[in-house]
Design a protein around this ligand. Sequence first.
Ligand code: DGL
Length: 278
Amino acid sequence: MENNRPIGVIDSGLGGLSVVMEMIRQLPNEQMIYLGDSERCPYGPRDAEEVRKFTQEMVDFLWIEHDIKMLVIACNTATAFMLEDLRKILPIPVLGVIHPGARAAIKKTTTKQIGVIGTSGTIASQAYEKALHGIDHTVLIKSLACPEFVVLAEKGCFSGEDGQEIVSNVLGTTFQDAGVDTLILGCTHYPLLAPMIQHAVGEHVHLISSGEETAREVSTLLHYHQLERNSRQQPHHFYYTTGSATAFQQLAERWMGAPISVAQVSLQHYVKEQTGLL
Ligand code: DGL
């Protein structure tokens, strides 16, 4: 396989950037192509069929236009509904964010009581329960869907009193005094709200964002499949959104703290009949 091809990363919007930032930090020689489906965000409240269709369109775009060598589904909702299928169909390594997040939580917890917050779709799928119990069947899990959080993140409401009030009201006392010492941010948008979430649950609770562990797994897979980029040229990352490129760029740059190149893309042309991929 050609090593200098990019790694494709997808999410419903901005959230997957939490994973991309870790990938750039841990894999500075790799090129990333990011696609956020901001126009159709949020995915969380949508039914499985719709999430699968949208995810498929994103994958088709990256596959056709960028010939990616690996796919990272940096969206828990899409991971819950599509990871297994995409692994069967695509001839490249495919990674989701749920298993890496679960593993990071198991490493961190000492009380063996783990909280999980995510979109309605992710929580209803029980994908984290399966992943956590697959590693350690003795852990106790407390899950909560927080659909309001993706809306806050996409609006750029990363801090402030209004945001804090919403976050604190949603989380309530669910994870306080419950023995939960580790809370999985089971939606890649939630790291954007991490300071507000931390304030709401208390400093004693470790927040787990799957980005770090996912980037580590990407690194292992690149090495295992001998796919590490060998060009000495600085990689140029590129970002696509199905929504407004200006809005995406402003929020992404504010979060990432660096200038990025963003273009708007329409996914209408990338349907399965054309690629025959899925
Ligand atoms: N960031 C995505 C996730 O991790 C999706 C959020 C959404 O679109 O509802 O689940």
